[in-house]
Structure formats: C-alpha cells, structure tokens
Design a protein around this ligand. Structure first.
Ligand code: ARG
Length: 572
C-alpha cells in the first residue's frame, strides 16, 4: 500500500536535506476538518532551517508535490501546505491491499524477534475478581493482541497477588470461624467473608493481629500446615478466576505471581545492599528516593518480612533474565503510579540499563452508581455476575427484536460479553468512568453491539449478493474503482486506509481505545453509505465495486474487534 506520508516526506526531504525523514514525517498532520485536506504540513520549522518565509516555502513545496500525481489537489494556504488525496488512487490501492491480505490486514512484522511482556489482570487470591479488575484484564488482553499483530513475541503474565500478610489473616480467620465445605462450594465469597470478619473482630480482639502476623511468618518459613492451607486457597481461587477468563476468552502464558518470588528476594536485597542503596530506618530497610522526589521505598520491614515492591524488584530481574524482554509492560490501576515510579527508579539506580524498557500502563477507576468499590466494605460487583447479566439481557433484546432468532444462546454470549469488553475499551484508559447497563447494551449507540451488528449486516449483504458475485468482488482485477468516488465511499475508504496506522499507534500509546474509536467511525460511515446508496444493484460493475467495499469494511471491522478481544458473529 502506498504510504502517503512517506511519499510526502520524500519530496520535502529533497527540499530540506538537513531534516531527517522521521522528523519530517512527525510534522505531517491529518487535519480534523477534511476541507483542509487529507494531510497538512506546517512550514514553520523549515522556515527556521532555510531562513525563508513560511508562505514562500509552502508555495514552492506545493509545486514540487503536485508532480508525483498522488494528490488531486495541493494548495498552499499561508504557512500551511494542504494535500488532497486522489480518491481513485486511494480506493484502488487500499482495497486491493485489504482484499489480498484479508484477515491479516493491519498486521505487521515490525516487532519480529522482540519479546514483549504484557502483565495484566493480576487479581488477589481469595478476593473477588470484581468489575475494577476487568479493566486490567481487558486492556491487557487487547494490548497483547495488538503487540502480537505487530509481530512482537508476546509473553502474557498474570502476576497473581498470592502472597503477603493478608494470608496470615485469612488463615487465622479460617481457623477460628471457617468451614471446609463452604470454601469448596463458593471459595471466593466464603474466603472474602472470613477476611471481612477478621477486620470486624480485630476491633475488639486486637490480639488477632499478632496471631495473623505469626501465621504469616510461618508461611514465609514454609511451615507445611500453613503452606497447605495457602495452596488450597490459591487453587480454589484460581478455579474461580479461570471461569471468568474462559467467559472472556482470555489466556495467560504464566501465572507466576508474588509467591513465586519469595525465594528470589534475598538475592535482590543483597544486590541493593552491595550497591549501597539500602538504608536502615527504625529497624527497617529502605531505599531513599527523596532526592528523586519519590519518597522512601520500604524494602524490608523491621520484623524481616518482605514487601510488595521487593517482590516486584525480583520479578523484574527474573523477567529480564528469563525472557530478555524488549519491553516489560504492567497494566495496573493508576493508584499504583508512585509504586511503579519507585520500582523503575530503583532498577535504574541498581544500574539496570533496561529499566527504561519497563512501562506502567495505568488506567482510571470504575465507579458503580452507588460509589467506588471497596473489598473491605463488601461493596463489590462480581465480574462473573456482570458477564452473566450482560448475556441474559442481550438474549432478551435479541428475542424482542426477532422472536425466531436462531442460535440465540451462542450469539447472546458473543454480544453480551463483547459489549462489556467494548465498553471498557471505549474511553481513553486513564479516565474514570461509571458503569451503566444502558450504555453497555445500547445497540444504536457507540457500542460493541452496534459494531457487531454492522459486521453482521455486511455479512448478510454478501450473502444476499450471492456467492458468485461475492467471490468475484474479492479480486481487484474485476473492480472498476471509479464507482467508489462518492463522498461517503471515499470517506470510508480513507478510514480503512488509516486502519493499520491506528493499530500501530494503539500499540505505541498503549491505548486500545484508538482502535475502538476507529472501528466505530468505520461502522458509522458504512451505515451512512448503506443508508444513502443501494449496494446490490443491477449494474454489474457498480455492484462488484460496492461489494468489494463491503468485503473490505467487513475485514476491517472483524480485525479491529479481534484486537479488542471481541467476537464478530456473522448473524445477529
Ligand atoms: N495484585 C495487585 C492488585 O490487585 C496488582 C498487581 C500488579 N502487578 C505488579 N507487578 N505489581 O492490586
């Protein structure tokens, strides 16, 4: 496919040899208002280089660029150069590429032989996998898919919160008030109730706190009884988490969580000590980051127990040794920004030159209408219930629209769960948002069901056209692209053209919502086209050209949905 930005940059590069191709490309803009062209180039920077007035440069460049024939119009407006693509050229070039690549359209090899770790989900054992956790799970899974599509070797890690003093409390509570059968029947709800009870009881019985601390110390020393209970809690919890992962269609390559690093911490602590980074402070050991404006990081408590950040230090070192990552991505809530700043800074101070390849990808809070969620106060919505609810409600909506719909359960599964995932990925990830059913399942809004519905409409159009025509339309040689020069068709084709770059940007910015927004745009633009024009028309040439566009749109929507982790049913 022609890379228009590159073509523009080549011409400009000849004009100003002192700027690099990358520099020039990064200056090329895509105007918000298409009346200003498909691409625009501000000449201010060149004015500095060349010591010439910007409008003069714009005028001279316009003449040079006109020569390559890729643009139907090139104009200089003050300091700006506005370029309008030649729609026939774009249509031919784009559709031929999409039809040829099919479900590989948007993929690339740029990440070949580069291992990338995406750490996501990472729930805490014996605590509910609530709607707040869905963000990490769904954003992380999408980033995995995006990096995979860009050709990177992705390793998916679930850094389970399966270690820490809370296990002392949990075991303590279980011994006082626990019951084996209850745990087996409903592990997480039961274990959570023990944890909540511990916090209530400890108010009147402060000695419980000490008891729990001792239990945790035994666990750290691998005392068999404690380890066995902990292992059992972990197994039961994982069974429950796996149910949710199955519903979401999500997998991991490793479940090495915090406990995995318990025997690897002394090594890192020693290294910190040897490098003179550990300081004593009231019996505890800390790394002082005050000078960096990052406070003090507690590495080892006065009772000798390790901390969350100590395990993260070991985990990072282990990951580098094991995977030799090119990037190590942590998809974790924005409340932990300071934690990751400290973590990466300590790695840097330890002299790990790869510290700069570690990235924290934070995201905002999910609120329920009644307020933020809190495990301690029992105000949680279980993700499993949310997903089941979405599937049920979707089923009702489908049956209401079409009482004779076939395979309702299967489709309701894909649409209901897809709706929840899509909703998660609709907004810029850093924004807080409030979960609302009306928003999630609205078939006409900017939602998953809307995009899926458009995809199903595209599939049914191809069916309606008949196999012969649909197959013929897959071969660009059969297509007269001049039938696609209408305004809406052109707009749609440009969106399809831009799709691979959007995927790349979503990867660079760790922002799946760029893809979500883009496929909503594609779906809306297609529906406008569908509304304005007949597709399966009598004129064979026109029909084939429009069907080629239908194919390409369908491919793009399906590929985009796939990168979000959402299925694309062919019928709805
Ligand atoms: N288990 C933690 C939580 O639920 C998230 C873990 C994040 N990952 C990490 N490497 N620290 O808050």
């Amino acid at each position: 496919m022609i890379n228009f930005k590159e073509e523009i940059a080549k011409v400009i590069g000849e004009y100003v040899p002192s700027l690099s191709m990358e520099e020039i490309q990064s200056l090329i803009e895509i105007p918000q208002d298409s009346k200003m062209g498909d691409y625009a180039f501000p000449c201010f920077k060149l004015a500095k280089e060349l010591k010439k007035a910007p409008p003069l440069i714009a005028g001279e460049l316009a003449e040079n660029i006109k020569e390559n024939g890729l643009f139907s119009k090139v104009e200089a407006v003050n300091a700006y150069l506005n370029m309008f693509l030649n729609s026939d050229e774009v249509a031919k070039d784009t559709l031929a590429e999409v039809l040829e690549k099919g479900f590989n359209y948007g993929k690339s090899q740029m990440g070949e032989n580069k291992p990338v770790i995406v750490e996501y989900s990472s729930p805490n054992i014996a605590k509910p996998f609530h709607i707040g956790h869905i963000r990490s799970t769904v954003i992380g899974n999408s980033l995995y898919k995006i990096y995979d599509a860009l050709g990177y070797d992705v390793i998916r890690i679930n850094h389970l919160g399966d270690y820490g003093t809370q296990f002392g409390k949990m075991i303590c509570a279980y011994r006082h008030w626990g019951n084996k059968e209850d745990v087996e029947n409903e592990p997480i709800k039961t274990l959570l109730s023990y944890y909540t009870k511990f916090h209530v009881e400890v108010e009147d019985h402060p000695e419980l706190e000490e008891e729990a601390r001792e239990i945790f110390a035994k666990l750290e020393q691998s005392s068999p009884e404690e380890v066995q209970l902990w292992q059992w809690f972990r197994d039961e919890s994982l069974k429950e988490f796996s149910r949710v992962y199955d519903m979401l269609g999500i997998e991991f390559d490793s479940y090495n969580g915090e406990s995995f690093y318990s025997d690897k911490m002394p090594k890192v602590e020693q290294e910190l000590r040897d490098k003179g980074l550990l300081k004593e402070s009231q019996g505890a050991e800390v790394v002082d980051l005050e000078e960096e404006g990052l406070g003090v990081a507690l590495i080892k408590k006065s009772d000798g127990s390790s901390l969350y950040i100590t395990r993260d230090l070991s985990a990072a070192v282990y990951r580098k040794e094991t995977y030799d990552f090119y990037k190590n991505i942590y998809v974790v809530a924005s409340q932990q920004i300071l934690h990751f700043q400290q973590l990466f800074k300590i790695l840097e101070l330890m002299g790990k030159d790869w510290a700069s390849s570690c990235v924290h990808v934070p995201f905002g809070l999910v609120r329920l209408q009644e307020g933020a969620m809190s495990t301690r106060h029992g105000r949680v919505v279980f993700l499993e219930d949310v997903l089941k609810g979405a599937v049920e409600k979707t089923k009702e909506i489908i049956l209401e629209k079409n009482p004779n719909a076939e395979n309702v359960d299967e489709i309701a599964d894909m649409v209901g769960i897809g709706a929840v995932i899509f909703n998660e990925l609709s907004n810029n990830r850093i924004k807080d948002y409030t979960f609302s059913w009306e928003q999630v399942l609205n078939f006409d809004g900017e939602t998953g069901p809307y995009v899926q519905y458009t995809h199903a409409r595209l599939c049914s159009l191809l069916k309606k056209a008949g196999e012969e025509a649909a197959t013929k339309a897959l071969n660009p040689e059969n297509i007269d692209f001049s039938h696609l020069s209408g305004e809406t068709a052109t707009e749609l084709i440009k969106l399809i053209y831009a799709y691979p770059e959007v995927v790349q940007q979503a990867g660079e910015k760790y922002e799946p919502s760029l893809i979500t927004r883009h496929i909503i745009d594609i779906a809306q633009t297609f529906n406008k086209f569908y509304h304005d024009e007949h597709i399966v028309v009598d004129d064979e040439g026109e029909k084939l050209a429009k069907l080629a566009l239908v194919h390409a749109t369908r491919i793009c929507l399906r590929n985009g949905l796939d990168l979000l982790g959402v299925k694309a049913p062919e019928r709805m």
